[in-house]
Design a protein around this ligand. Structure first.
Ligand code: SF4
Length: 289
């Protein structure tokens, strides 16, 4: 397998065969994100991608249950090329149960419904969408390049074309100043998108992400663990997304939370109140991305 640079994947893809269909992220400007800064975006040559699929099949055979297409937003590639990759995976790994990829809002909106349906029918089933926030001012400050309206539209479009969606938000991304708006507008966005899965990370600083300079200058105020919990409680009290599997059990989170919306809302809020009362947070040195 010819992996280029650091390869990122969602926690739930830990046991998947990872195929780098693209290198880097086509957007690559988010102020908090460091993942692909060292890479110049490009779509890999089809021959290289196919060679990795063949090699993966030879090495791991029927142990492969899932395939994840990396890097940052493989869905941005031409539909024709994406279909060719998916057909090749089906040919070499016909027993694969799931194929997934990261997808930006722009990727989803730029493709027609017809293209998305073709891609879905060819086997790509789960899209990981980094929403990060539902507050337009936070999205603007973080240079996300899209509005909450566009993210919501992309989520609905993906679902209407048959995809399952997994959406990520980031606790603390509003700084102290927009903590309340970040929580409430994110709840509104998720209530619209109604994803199958919702994951919360908690903001961490990783050099040389531009947000580090904002924090140094005092232009961005990091939340304390208690404030992160207050923000989360506000979000949970307002979100309405029946059946969404909710996870905030990433290495970056101060308190591990998991449940299903909306039925586990009270239990999740109790867990938060208990953690705040006992000041029971993951120590900084155990947190990671
Ligand atoms: S957060 Fe996502 S879209 Fe933004 S730069 Fe990082 S990988 Fe690209």
């Amino acid at each position: 397998m010819n992996y280029e640079g650091i390869v990122y994947r969602p926690p739930s893809e830990a046991r998947s065969l990872i195929i780098q269909a693209t290198i880097g992220c086509a957007h690559n400007t988010c102020v908090f994100c460091n993942m692909y800064r060292a890479k110049n975006f490009r779509v890999r040559e089809m021959d290289e991608i196919k060679a990795d699929i063949r090699e993966g099949a030879q090495l791991y055979g029927k142990h492969i249950e899932k395939v994840f297409l990396a890097d940052g937003d493989a869905l941005c590639m031409d539909t024709k090329d994406m279909l060719e990759i998916l057909h090749y995976i089906r040919e070499k790994l016909p027993w694969t149960e799931q194929i997934a990829a990261y997808a930006t809002t722009q990727d989803i909106l730029e493709k027609s419904n017809e293209e998305l349906k073709q891609i879905r029918e060819a086997g790509l089933e789960l899209l990981y969408i980094g929403a990060e926030s539902g507050d337009n001012e936070v999205l603007r400050r973080m240079a996300k390049g899209v509005t909450a309206e566009e993210i919501g539209e992309a989520g609905e479009k993906a679902k209407s074309c048959g995809f399952r969606t997994s959406v990520t938000l980031i606790s603390g991304l509003g700084s102290r100043e927009r903590m309340r708006e970040h929580a409430l507008e994110s709840a509104r966005l998720i209530s619209r998108m109604k994803p199958d899965y919702l994951g919360f990370l908690t903001l961490m600083l990783e050099e040389p992400a531009p947000i580090c300079r904002l924090v140094e200058r005092g232009d961005f105020l990091l939340l304390s663990p208690q404030e992160v919990m207050e923000e989360m409680a506000l979000f949970l009290s307002h979100v309405d997304s029946e059946g969404t599997v909710f996870r905030a059990n990433h290495a970056s989170n101060y308190v591990n939370l998991r449940g299903t919306l909306n039925k586990d809302r009270d239990q999740l809020l109790d867990q938060i109140h208990e953690a705040v009362k006992r000041v029971n947070y993951k120590p900084e040195y155990y947190r990671g991305l």
